[in-house]
Design a protein around this ligand. Sequence first.
Ligand code: ADP
Length: 166
Amino acid sequence: MAEVGAIYPGSFDPVTNGHLDIIKRGIKIFGRVRVVLMVNSEKKYLFSEDERLEMLKEALSDEKDKVEFDKYSGLLVDYCEKNNVYTVIRGLRALSDFDYEFQMALTNRSLNEKVESVLLVTNSSYTYLSSSIVKELAGYNADISQIVPKNVEKMLKEAFETNKQD
Ligand code: ADP
C-alpha cells in the first residue's frame, strides 16, 4: 500500500463540504491522506463513530485510492508516533480558528517535535461553515444541499425526523 503523506484528524460530526475541500486539497499536496476520526468520550455527538466514518467514506468514494480512514481515542501525537506519520493537516476558517489551531500546533510540537501541522486556509465559500452550523440548520429543516454531500443531507434529515418523534 502506498505511504500516507499526512493525516487529517477531526470529529466530523458530520463531515461537511468544508472538510471535503480540505481533504481533496490535502491529497493534491501530499498524494495520500488518512482521515482520522478522533474519539473523545467527554464530547456529545449527534452521530455515532460508525455513522461518522461511514458518511466520510461514502462522501469520498471518488477518492478511494488516495484516502484512507482510521479512528483513535487518545493524544494525536501518540497516534503519529504509533503510525509513523508526522504531518497533520488542519483547516483554518476565520480568525476564531487561529488561536485554537495555533495553540494545538504548538502543543503538539512541544509534545513531539517531529509533528508538523499544516494549516490549509478554507475555500472562501466555506468560511462560516462548521458541523455545528449544519446541525443547527438541519434542525430547522433549512436547505443544506450546498454545504454537505448528499449522503450527509439524508442522514441529517433522518436524525432530526427521528428526534421529532421522541
Ligand atoms: P475538531 O473537533 O477537531 O475541531 P472538526 O471536525 O470540527 O474537528 O474539524 C476538523 C478540522 O477541519 C479543523 O481543523 C477545522 O478547523 C477544520 N474545518 C472545519 N470546517 C472547515 C471549513 N469549513 N473550512 C476549512 N476547514 C474546516
